[in-house]
Design a protein around this ligand. Structure first.
Ligand code: AMP
Length: 304
C-alpha cells in the first residue's frame, strides 16, 4: 500500500483504438484518468472518479486493482464506455482523432463518497470542462487543484475551460494546445497569460523537447529522459501529470522543478509501449533511476 497524500482524479476511462507507424492496436485500456492513475499509483494512493459502461472489460478493472487504485467512485452506467480512436503521422509529429464516442460520459454527473471530498490533491484530467468544474466544486479545501485539457474542449468550450483554469493552482498543457487556447505561440508569453488567470504554477509540455515550468517570478526548461524507442505517445501527458502529482503526494514543501522531473521520468515509460503496457512494467526503482538521469541533464535557466 502506497503512503503519502491521497490524490483524487477525475477524467476519462476509455477503450482506445490506435494506429501508429509501428503498429495498430484495438480495445486498449485508455483514458486520461487511466493513464494518470496507473502512473501516480506507482508511488501514491489514488482514487478515480469516473464512469464506465456495462461493456467495460473485467480485466481492465483488475489492472486498477493490481495497482491498489481505489475505484469506489467509478460508476457503471447503462450504455457504452467512452471510446476513442486516433492515428499518428509517419513521424509521430501529428495525431488525428478518428472518432470520439462519449457514450456514458454524455450524461455523467460525478458522485464522490463524502470522505473523499477531503482528498488533499486533486487532478482534473482531460474531460469535458463542466465535469472538471463539478468535481472542483465538490472538493473541500484541497492543497493543490491541478488541471489539464485537450484541443477538443478548447474548440468547444473555451469559456468553461477558462473557469477551470481560474480555479486551478497548477495548470498543465501541451505547447500546441497552449498556443491554440492563448492565441500566442511564444511559450513564455502563453505561460504568462495562464499565470495571469490564477494558477501559481504553469507547465507547458513540448513532447520530446521537454517542458517549460513557469511560476510568478521564474521559469525553467526541463529536458526529457532519452528513451531508446518511441512506440506510442498516447497518454504521455496524463502520465506526466501522474508523476508530477506522485511527487506532490510525498512532500509538504514542493520544489516544482523536481515535480516536473518526476513527471518527465514517468512519461518516458508511457511512450515506450502501446497503451499502458510499458507503464505497468515501471517500478519505483526504475523511476528513481530515470529521475536521477534527468536531474543530471537539467541546465538551470531562470528567466524573470
Ligand atoms: P493524451 O495522449 O495525453 O492526449 O491522452 C490520450 C487519452 O485521452 C486516450 O487514452 C483517450 O482515451 C483520451 N481522450 C481522447 N479524447 C478525449 C476527450 N475528448 N476527452 C477525454 N479523454 C479523451
Amino acid at each position: 500500500m502506497n503512503t503519502g497524500k491521497t490524490i483524487l482524479v477525475v477524467g476519462s476511462i476509455a477503450i482506445d483504438t490506435l494506429e501508429t507507424p509501428l503498429g495498430n492496436r484495438t480495445n486498449l485500456l485508455g483514458g486520461s484518468a487511466s493513464y494518470f492513475s496507473i502512473s501516480a499509483g506507482l508511488v501514491a494512493p489514488v482514487k478515480i472518479v469516473g464512469v464506465v459502461g456495462e461493456d467495460y472489460p473485467e480485466e481492465n478493472r483488475q489492472v486498477f486493482l493490481s495497482r491498489e487504485i481505489n475505484i469506489e467512485n467509478v460508476r457503471v452506467s447503462k450504455g457504452k464506455t467512452f471510446r476513442w480512436g486516433a492515428k499518428y503521422s509517419h513521424d509521430y509529429s501529428t495525431r488525428d482523432t478518428i472518432f470520439t464516442e462519449l457514450g456514458v460520459f454524455e450524461s455523467f454527473s460525478p458522485e464522490i463518497n463524502n470522505c473523499d471530498c477531503y482528498s488533499p490533491l486533486v487532478f482534473l484530467g482531460n474531460i469535458q470542462p463542466d465535469i472538471q468544474l463539478c468535481v472542483a466544486d465538490m472538493m473541500i479545501s484541497p492543497e493543490y487543484l491541478v488541471s489539464d485539457t485537450m484541443n477538443l474542449w478548447i474548440d468547444l468550450y473555451p469559456k468553461r475551460l477558462e473557469n477551470v483554469i481560474k480555479k486551478s493552482d497548477i495548470f498543465l498543457i501541451n505547447h500546441e494546445e497552449a498556443a491554440q487556447f492563448s492565441g500566442v505561440s511564444d511559450i513564455a508569453s502563453a505561460a504568462k497569460l495562464f499565470l495571469d488567470m490564477g494558477p501559481s504554477v504553469v507547465v507547458i509540455k513540448m513532447g520530446a523537447e521537454g517542458s517549460y515550468l513557469a511560476q510568478n517570478n521564474s521559469a525553467i526548461f526541463i529536458p526529457v529522459y532519452p528513451i531508446k524507442k518511441l512506440l506510442d505517445p498516447t497518454g504521455a501527458g496524463d502520465s506526466f501529470a501522474g508523476g508530477f502529482m506522485g511527487y506532490l503526494s510525498k512532500t509538504s514543501s514542493p520544489n516544482f522543478s523536481e515535480a516536473v522531473i518526476a513527471g518527465s521520468a514517468m512519461a518516458s515509460f508511457c511512450v515506450e509501449g502501446f497503451g499502458v503496457e510499458a507503464l505497468l512494467s515501471a517500478t519505483p526503482e526504475r523511476l528513481k533511476h530515470r529521475i536521477k538521469i534527468i536531474e543530471t541533464l537539467v541546465s538551470k535557466r531562470t528567466i524573470i
